[in-house]
Design a protein around this ligand. Structure first.
Ligand code: KGJ
Length: 423
């Protein structure tokens, strides 16, 4: 059994032990957070450790730790309590690993757990100090300029923080969380850093009891997102959209997030970013929005899970036209085809979206979460025979091992039109 699965199978027991240890510390330390918050943080931290062990990399916990350090600074909360949670969880996990695993697996697991929690704690401390020394702004950046969809929310103060990577920012308005994609240089192309940043932001907002999340691009951007970061696509011989691709992980995180996620779209949406928009629960757009799905421009065989996302949302003739032409669907057509729930004027986009989100935030979060999950399960799962799946994978492999796929990537890098030969 994989180490991550061994840990995950004891989740409740490990979280209970960590919370009990934290409560014992309560007698000697002052805690700013409630017992529920401590339990949520412990569970969340544990989930990140398991994910990192599974993926064999510490980036997800680093991104989350940076985000939560910045959020806590802005909220005026002490960081020591959170560092205590890292220490306590490490002790509990060491005990659990020592009791349940043996030999090389035990040594490997102990090393991984220490390295992952160490990397998270280090990121937590560094970010907190960096934010403190820059007066609350991790990169010392200026806030995004107004314009486009407008940035300042109406009806309250948005407590915002820039992400250390400069690509993802979060804010909270009442019970609505806002995640802002802000990588102007690359037109919000989604690579590992941005995908992990959004996943971490979702986790951090969930830990703050946010009931609805709005996903948007920074004000003033006329590209909502340029899709998968093409610099991070493998150059053949490997599935370009495999299960562990960071964008795929982000799509899953949005789809399983118990809170509704609303895409607020000002500007153009390309490729995998359309999969992201369609993975959100609602889409609100203005007249600048357009939507294109472009693997045919790259010679990229789209993944089966991704096609299912489209099939769950759109009629098949539209899916085919969009995939086969790679042409953008303008805002009006997107409304007619129900790609978007509401098409509103640019000036109203933010207020309209936040108002709708605030309305959903007053409804039963438990009912919403279970209905969202039921709908996901009903639309995501299509049983197919093993032979059929393997035949499709074989066909996809021929496409991503082809010279056409390399031509697509080269043409993009060289800023020219691709010449496809069908080989
Ligand atoms: N990945 C990596 N870098 C990107 C991407 C991307 N997807 N999109 C843009 N960039 C980089 C460009 O290479 C430029 O880098 C910079 O962002 C600004 O782009 O030359 P550099 O400065 O170093 P550009 O083209 O100068 O900006 P605009 O003229 O404003 O045009 C914006 C566009 C979004 C229209 C244009 O950048 C564009 O067409 N980008 C590619 C859009 C696309 O086809 N994306 C789909 C990627 N494919 C998928 O997501 C998937 C999953 N798929 O199956 O196809």
């Amino acid at each position: 059994m994989e180490t991550s699965a061994v840990l995950a199978s004891a989740e409740d027991q490990i979280v209970d032990e960590a919370v009990a240890a934290l409560d014992r510390r309560d007698q000697t330390h002052h805690h700013a957070s409630s017992p529920e918050e401590r339990r949520r943080n412990a569970r969340h931290l544990f989930e990140f450790v398991v994910r990192c062990v599974h993926e064999g990399r510490a980036e997800p916990i680093i991104a989350w730790s940076r985000q939560i350090a910045a959020d806590r600074f802005v909220a005026g909360l002490d960081i020591a309590e959170l560092q205590g949670a890292f220490n306590v969880l490490e002790e509990v996990l060491w005990r659990h690993v020592a009791d349940t695993l043996a030999g090389d697996q035990q040594i490997e697991a102990l090393g991984l757990v220490s390295a992952i929690l160490g990397a998270g704690k280090d990121a937590l401390a560094r970010t907190y100090l960096a934010v403190a020394s820059r007066g609350g702004n991790p990169l010392g950046e200026q806030p995004a300029p107004p314009g486009g969809g407008g940035e300042a929310p109406t009806g309250g103060a948005l407590a915002g923080t820039d992400s250390p990577a400069g690509a993802v920012r979060t804010g909270v308005l009442g019970q609505v969380g806002v995640i802002t994609l802000d990588d102007r240089r690359k037109r919000n192309a989604i690579g590992a850093q941005m995908a992990d940043g959004v996943v971490a932001a979702l986790g951090s907002l969930r830990a703050q009891d946010v009931r609805v999340v709005v996903l948007r691009a920074a004000a003033g951007m006329d590209v909502w997102s340029a899709g998968h970061d093409m610099d991070e696509l493998p150059r053949g011989r490997r599935d370009p959209l495999g299960y562990n691709d960071p964008l795929e992980g982000l799509l899953r995180a949005i789809r399983i997030c118990p809170a509704p996620v609303v895409a607020m779209v000002h500007g153009t949406v390309w490729g995998g970013a359309l999969d992201l928009v369609l993975s959100c629960d609602l889409v609100i757009a203005d007249e600048t929005a357009s939507f294109a799905i472009t693997p045919a421009n790259l010679g990229l065989p789209y993944n089966t899970t991704g096609l299912l996302h489209f099939l769950g949302r759109l009629p098949i003739n539209l899916i085919k036209e969009m995939f086969f032409t790679a042409a953008p669907l303008d805002a009006q057509k997107a409304k007619e085809w129900l790609v978007v729930n509401h098409l509103v004027g640019s000036g109203e986009l933010e207020a309209f979206t936040l108002e709708l989100a605030a309305t959903m935030a007053t409804k039963s979060p438990m009912a919403i979460a279970v209905i969202k999950e039921q709908l996901r399960v009903l639309t995501d799962y299509q049983p197919i025979a093993a032979q059929v799946y393997e035949r499709i994978q074989g066909l996809r492999r021929e496409a991503y091992d082809s010279s056409d796929y390399l031509e697509g990537l080269n043409a993009f890098a060289e800023k020219r039109r691709p010449i496809f030969r069908g080989t």
